[in-house]
Design a protein around this ligand. Sequence first.
Ligand code: SAM
Length: 313
Amino acid sequence: MDEVMVAVEAVKKLIKENIIRDYTLDRPTNFDGYQDLYYQTNENIAEYLNLIDLTNKENALCVAGSGDQAFSLIYNGIKDIELFDVNKFTEYFILGIKKAMILKYNYSEYINVLNKLISQMTMPSEINEILLDLLSYMEEPYKTFWQTILDYNNHLQKEAKINTNFMYGLNVNAGLKIIPQFCPYLENDTNFNYLKEKLNTANIHFKYCNAINLADTFHKKYDLILLSNILDYAYVYWGNNWHMQNLNNYISDLQKLLKNNGIIFLHYIFYASKPFHQSDFYKPYIDYNSETYDLKYNHQIILVRKQESVKYI
Ligand SMILES: C[S@@+](CC[C@H](N)C(=O)[O-])C[C@H]1O[C@@H](n2cnc3c(N)ncnc32)[C@H](O)[C@@H]1O
């Protein structure tokens, strides 16, 4: 079986599992393989990108996630983006559905269709119309993938008599409303049109990769590295009582991927219960040579800049 058909079978399995579970939320903690995914970011990307000067920044190594980090970077003039993720479905969603939606729709249509995809109330026939409209904006292999999923949706309705929006179940953050101000390109229609233009000349590639192996997998130098809140799951690799040395070694490795003046967006923190510097949970991060910024909604971001120290050579 070729790779696209492997992906199709894996996502069909996810759809079936969602039906059997009656669409109750099943948020993964091990994201590996083909998994439900985030249709939209839950991070205030607009605010943290504003913290740094993006002039002359050209490329980025970036978690795939919902794609909002990548599209926000492209909006900000970053042309070359290497996406990585352990969830292989992110590639088909971002470079298939989401990219096609940006290219096809105007701002209000985009928000409207995203709302339809995430709503349990949307009729499956309407989802098929949306997918059909988007196919001509997709490149291979994404077109074949979504055409086959569309056919499967028809089968579910006609033969299995399943009358729910299968896209609803594939969204991890079901129930979360779209927060346009989190993404610079979703702030208004002018910004959205600006991204649309930039998208035509941007290069985005996807590679299946665990964040823990970035330094062994990628061999270029980047202006920016975006890790989202992946380190919330560091215990999976480093054990429950991971300490400063793990993080130190990890950052030393990532430094090798940075250009001069490069920046790592090391970790996004949600709803810090105490001010960052008093929190035991996040203590390992602050011993390191990092910068922490408070964001709106009690979120925070930790940045690490390229160190010129010989220890990273
Ligand atoms: C950590 S999740 C959380 C959502 C995120 N806050 C956002 O705004 O998109 C983001 C993405 O990280 C991916 N991920 C989680 N652990 C990973 C790892 N160890 N390596 C690579 N990707 C990982 C997930 O598959 C998911 O697509």
